[in-house]
Structures are given as C-alpha cells and as structure tokens.
Design a protein around this ligand. Structure first.
Ligand code: ADP
Ligand code: MG
Length: 711
C-alpha cells in the first residue's frame, strides 16, 4: 500500500492557507479561522448540511408535508403580529387553489416591508402544518421583477453550515475555489480500496466532489440520512483517525510514569466504616479495579460508567483517600457549579471527619477566598480540591497532584481533561485519571470514543430505590397535569417542569440562538404556571441567568422554599433534591433518550413514589412513539443507550450533543455505528503494516487540534 504514497506534501495541497484564495483578505481570513477554517482542506471538509433542489418548481396544491420544495407565487396578504414575540405571516398563492403561509420570527422592518400584496417571489423551504394549511418557517426567498423568470438550477444547491460574518454565497464561492485545488485522486488518497472495509465506497476525491456538487439525480434521501456511500467513506476515515489517535494516546500514556498509590487503605477503611450504608457489589468491584490501577506506577486511565444514582461519588471519594494516604493530592472537576457544589458538600461530609482538608475552586470563588484556596492547593495544605473547569485554568498550581477525577466528562473535551493532567507533579510523573459518566455508552461506541480508557461499570443501584413511573401524554392534556402538580405540592412534594425548544425551524434559521429561545420558552411557562397555580411557589432556572441567580433558585428548591421548579435542560446532570417526586418534560419527543433518562433521574431519589411525565406534541411518529416506549418500559440506562442507538433513524438524528461524545466533522457515532467494526479492523491493519499512513490519517483529520503526539 505504500506504493500509492508519493513524496507529496503531507496534505496534498490541502494545507494551502485560505488567505491565498481570491477575495480573502485579513478580515475574512479571521472570520473563517474563528470557525476553525484556515486551510483549503478545512473547506473541503466543511460539508453541506443539506441540499436544496431548485431544479424544479412545485405547485402549492402539490406541496407535501416535510418535503422541501420550491414555489413561485404572488403575495396575497401580509400580517405582522406579536404573540410573545414578533411574527410576520405572508400568504402566497400561485393559482393552484391552495395558499401557502410563510412565517418569520426574526426579521427586520425593511425586510417585512418588502412583502406587499401583489409582489411576486420564489421561495424554498420545508412545508409543515400551520393553522390554515401548510406553512414554511423561515423560507429562503427571492423577489421577482416584472416579467422576470430566472432559469431553474441544474444541480442541487448545497447549504453549508453558517460561518459568522461570511455570507452564504461567499462561502459557497470560496469552497468552490478550494475544491479546484483538490489534487488528483492518487495524491489525495491515503486508504487504497484494497484495504479491508473499503469495498463499494468511493475514493476520497470522488466522495468530496459528490458531496459538494451533487448531480440532480443524486439520492437526496440517502444524503439526508447520512447513508450515502460518499458520506460513509468520509465518516469511515474520520472515525479511523479518531480511533487511531486515541490508540496512540493510550500507548503513549502507558509509557508514562505515575506515583503508585499503594498504601494499606486505612483511610478508605475508615471512610467505609463511617458511611450509613454498605457499598453495593458493583461499587465494591469497581473500587477494587480502581485501587488495583492506582497501585501501579503507570497512570490509571479509567472510565467509570454508572447510571444516575448508582453512587459514583463515594467511589471517587474512596479513590481520593488512597492519594491522600500517600501524602499526595486529588482533584475532582465537575462541569457545572451546581454539580461541583454538591460534590463539595458530600466530600466535606465524608472526608473532613478523617482530617482531610477539602478546598473549593470555582469561577465564582474570587478575591481573597480564591487567593486563599490557591495557596492551600499550592502548599498541599488542601489534600483534596473540588471545582469546575476553573481547576484547569492556568495559575492553578498543585503541590503534588496524583489523582484527577473528572465527573460527567462528556461535558469537557479531551483537551480539558489533558490540561488538568498537566498539572501533575514535575519529575516525569503524571496523575492517575478517573473519568465518571452517567451517560452509558454502548460497548461498540465506547471502544471508539474511549479507545484511550479502560472502562468499568457500576451496573447496580443501591437498594431501596422505587422505580420512577413513566407515562407519555399528548400536550393537550396539560391541564390535567397542572392539577396533578397542585395536588402533589399540596402534599408537600416538589416537582420539576422542564421546557425545551419548540420551534426547530427557528434554531435552523438562527444557529446559536437555542439557549436564548429556550430561556424564553422557560420564562413563558414560568409565567403561565405561576398564574395557573396560585397556591404554589414557582421558581425558574435557565442557562441565560447569572450563575448567582441560578444558584439561588436551585438552593431555594433544595431547601423547599420553592415547590415547582421550571427549568431548561440545565438541570439535567447530577442535581439532587430527594423530596422532588414529579418530573414533567415538555416536547419529550425532541430529546435524546439518554438525555430524557438523565432528566428522569432527578426524581426517584427519595422515599416517595415518583413519576415522570413525558409531554409530546401530537401527532407522534411511529419511531418517536417507540422511543418514548423504551423509557416507559425500562429504567436501565444501559438498555436505554442500546435502544437509542438502534432506534435512531434517518430524520431523527440527534447529533453528538445528546450522546455527549466528541464532536466530529462528518461522522455521527450513533448513525455510523455500523462502520465501527471496519474502523477497528482498518486501524489494526494500518498500525501493523503502515504506521506512517496511520500518522497521516491522524494528521489530516485531527492535525494540530490534538496534542496526542506530544502526550
Ligand atoms: P451518581 O452515580 O448519580 O453520581 P451519587 O454518587 O450522587 O450517584 O449517589 C446517589 C445517592 O446515593 C447519594 O445520596 C449517595 O450518598 C447514595 N448512595 C451511594 N451509594 C450508596 C449505597 N451503596 N447504598 C445506599 N445509598 C448510596
Ligand atoms: Mg454524580
């Protein structure tokens, strides 16, 4: 296979800086770079989100729900309104005895003024059910002059992920220029088709060209589902690159030295004796694995998966005592301040009676308190340190850090994980690493996503938990629910009401606005429920509130000063309020099963029987119904994760956010799970026979972004 490699530059022309493209000045280059686009190759890999077929026109009467189409017509009526927020509705007719409504939530005054009755336009979008017939939210559109009939396109129009400050047309033009720089197939290809697993897939060059410039006849459904051979080819190479880099990382890690934390375990024993409960069999087993790892002079790299409430924290605390016993420090980082604070409370309660000093470092710890904490950490007076990502920042120096624990690691990137590891002692030693997650990942995925880690599972819940009763209800039954909340609160129980985004199209139209819209939805629900439930104390938490406000609301809920907490999904991880026994999730059909499972895990933590109500917007697709059924039937996070993977189908892809795995450019671990056996086989083959090619694959896809090479 080396025969195909020539002395070509590493990236075969792909490293051409974008500033050398026509029309790219310093300002433009900067905007592109802000989005991670700095070379021709970055643009080759900036793939279309979807394609618009403007090769034909569809009569309004022939439009079909959910099928993107281009329509030409005349504005019949315009209505500007305000319902919670501004909205512009434009009725368009084309003589086909049906009317289409265009609906806008984000628009400027001048833009709205262009829509005048009688104006002719062409628009493109996805029809969905509206109040009166079909409507398109945020269509793309173009006004037509008197007698003007622009020719129809002769290829599918790619729609690229937006780059802030760079217009869509400019971006398309630049990508076109970059594609002109593509070298010939042999120079570009790293994986000859003779390798296992590549049969039937196009070469890299062809795959890129098909995806950027699909011919009119191309299989749009396959493209939309991510199942097109060209997409699979790229996903395969990308997954391969990640897998290889993690394997390399692991090998490098195994060569590193760490402090052997091999004491007698006296502190751990004392901690166990002081607990009001005995460890479950699963906790004891996993702690045993951790302890064996820690006793070795090479750094532990272990992932502990454990369902919500499985009791990971106490295992972390036990591990920390082993570091303390050897006179070293241990750090625990959590992704949110709320979660970190909860850990702080548990660890102080467990460890301070053993004379272990626990320091606290979070973003909100400032001034004198911060200086004091930093000093304690630097001198070693604090043996255990708990905090948020603030722990990973520069300026935080440890006396002798031997163990790093990261909770809910999917919220952190691999890079952040490594940053904390770098805070270990000098003289060539690195800390042991323990990563904890409540998002169970099916084994095949774990092998790829965590190829650098050993995996343990706490697959048993502590005794005495009552399973949460789960029901799915159509949104029209909301009034009953309001009654149910009233009743629960009257009995001294507490409830959560979780709001999620309603308008997917809005998210599409304005990427990055999700948090804001979600916050607005929560505020509306908060107002409504406050009105409908006069005797109930209602609180609000969302991601756009200041940290202090969020904390205050959460604290009030925890202290029982609030009965009903209206929240966005910010509450999803780790929040522990045992008196809460009712969880309501709106638009549940929109969320990933793993995320719903996390949310549900917020209840069922106390003695009272708890329930979880999944509200959905009818009609529910068969697939969505099946997915919600999985949650109704099982409370086992591992089963849910497997089902989630099986059931994710075309059109219901949830992206990497919900799976909590690394962000890929093209691959989607859930969608492309079927490729993983090929990926693993290819990786074995390359590592054995052509390590230089393996290096190049990693360099191409991960390149400077990763520091694996330095590890
Ligand atoms: P998670 O795995 O979700 O992080 P936690 O560590 O927060 O779970 O544990 C959830 C609750 O269960 C805590 O209140 C903890 O003290 C308690 N707990 C942990 N282990 C046991 C056990 N073996 N028996 C009873 N309760 C336990
Ligand atoms: Mg936890």
């Amino acid at each position: 296979m080396k025969a195909t490699r020539q002395a070509a530059p590493e990236l075969a022309g792909g490293d051409t800086p974008l500033s050398s493209l026509r029309g790219v000045g310093a300002a433009m280059a900067e905007k592109l770079a802000a989005r991670g686009l700095s070379t021709a190759q970055d643009l080759w890999l900036h793939l279309p989100l979807r394609y618009e077929d403007r090769t034909r026109l569809t009569a309004i009467a022939d439009l079909r729900l959910g099928e993107p189409a281009q329509v030409e017509g005349v504005v019949e009526a315009v209505e500007r309104g305000f319902r919670y927020r501004p909205v512009l509705r434009v009725a368009v007719g084309d003589g086909s005895r049906a009317t289409l409504v265009l609906r806008f939530f984000h628009f400027r005054g001048a833009q709205a003024a262009q829509f005048r009755p009688g104006a002719r336009l062409r628009c493109f979008g996805v029809p969905r059910p509206g109040q009166h017939g079909l409507e398109i939210v945020h269509p793309s559109y173009q006004f037509l002059g008197e007698g003007e009939t622009p020719v129809l396109g002769d290829s599918l129009d790619p729609v690229y992920p937006a780059v802030e400050g760079v217009g869509a047309a400019t971006l398309r033009r630049l990508i076109g220029q970059a594609l002109d720089l593509l070298p010939d197939a042999a120079a570009l290809e790293l994986l000859p088709p003779s390798l296992p697993g590549l049969a039937g897939l196009p070469g890299l060059r062809d795959a890129l060209l098909v995806l950027h410039r699909p011919a009119p006849g191309e299989d749009l459904a396959a493209l939309a589902a991510g199942a097109h051979p060209a997409q699979r080819r790229l996903a395969l190479e990308e997954l391969l690159a990640h897998h290889l880099s993690l394997r390399r990382q692991r090998l490098a890690q195994q060569r590193l030295r760490a402090r052997a934390l091999d004491g007698p375990g006296t502190l751990a024993r004392r901690l166990l004796d002081s607990l009001p409960f005995a460890l479950t069999g699963a906790q004891a087993r996993v702690f045993g694995q951790v302890r064996a790892d820690l006793a070795r002079p090479s750094p532990m790299q272990r992932l502990v998966q454990g369902d919500v409430g499985a009791g990971k924290t106490v295992v972390a605390a036990l591990a920390m005592t082993l570091a303390v016993e050897r006179g070293c420090q241990a750090a625990l980082a959590a992704p949110t301040e709320l979660l970190a604070e909860q850990h702080l409370a548990s660890l102080r309660a467990w460890l301070e009676p053993l004379d272990i000093r626990v320091a606290w470092l979070a973003g909100k710890v400032t001034g004198k308190a911060r200086a004091a904490a930093l000093a304690e950490v630097a001198s070693g007076a604090a043996q255990v340190v708990v905090g948020t990502h603030a722990l990973m920042q520069e300026g935080v120096a440890f006396h002798d850090l031997a163990l790093v624990i990261v909770d809910e690691q999917h919220r952190f990137g691999v890079q952040q994980r490594l940053a904390l590891r770098d805070k270990g002692p000098a003289h060539g030693l690195v800390p042991h690493q323990l990563v904890m997650t409540a998002t169970p990942i099916p084994r095949t995925l774990a092998m790829t996503a965590y190829a650098d880690l050993d995996v343990s599972a706490i697959d048993e819940l502590p005794p005495g938990r009552t399973p949460v009763r789960t029901v799915a209800l159509g949104a029209e039954r909301r009034p009953e629910l309001v009654e149910r909340i009233r009743a629960a609160c009257a009995q001294g129980r507490q409830a959560y009401w979780v709001c999620t985004l309603i308008e997917e199209a809005e998210e599409d139209a304005k990427p990055g606005q999700g948090a804001k819209l979600q916050a607005q939805a929560a505020e509306r629900t908060f107002e409504q429920l406050s009105q409908q439930l006069p005797g109930v104390r209602v609180g609000l938490v969302h991601g756009r509130m200041k940290a202090a406000q969020k904390q205050a609301a959460m604290r009030a809920f925890k202290d029982g000063a609030i009965d009903l907490l209206v929240a966005t999904t910010v509450i999803e991880v780790g929040v522990d309020v045992p008196n809460a026994s009712l969880m309501i999730v709106e638009n549940a059909e929109r969320l990933g099963l793993a995320q719903l499972h996390q949310l549900r895990g917020r209840v069922g933590r106390g003695a009272a029987a708890s329930s979880c109500v999944l509200l959905y917007q009818p009609p529910l697709s068969a697939l969505a119904r099946q997915r919600l059924d999985v949650l109704r039937r099982t409370g086992d996070g591992f089963v849910i994760a497997e089902k989630d993977l099986q059931l994710r189908g075309p059109g219901e892809l949830l992206g990497t956010r919900q799976t909590g795995l690394a962000a890929f450019r093209i691959a989607d671990l859930a969608r492309d799970a079927g490729l993983l056996p090929q990926v693993h086989a290819l990786a074995d083959r390359l590592l054995a026979q052509a390590p230089d090619v393996a290096e190049r694959v990693v360099a191409r896809w991960i390149g400077g972004a990763a520091r694996y090479a330095a590890a």
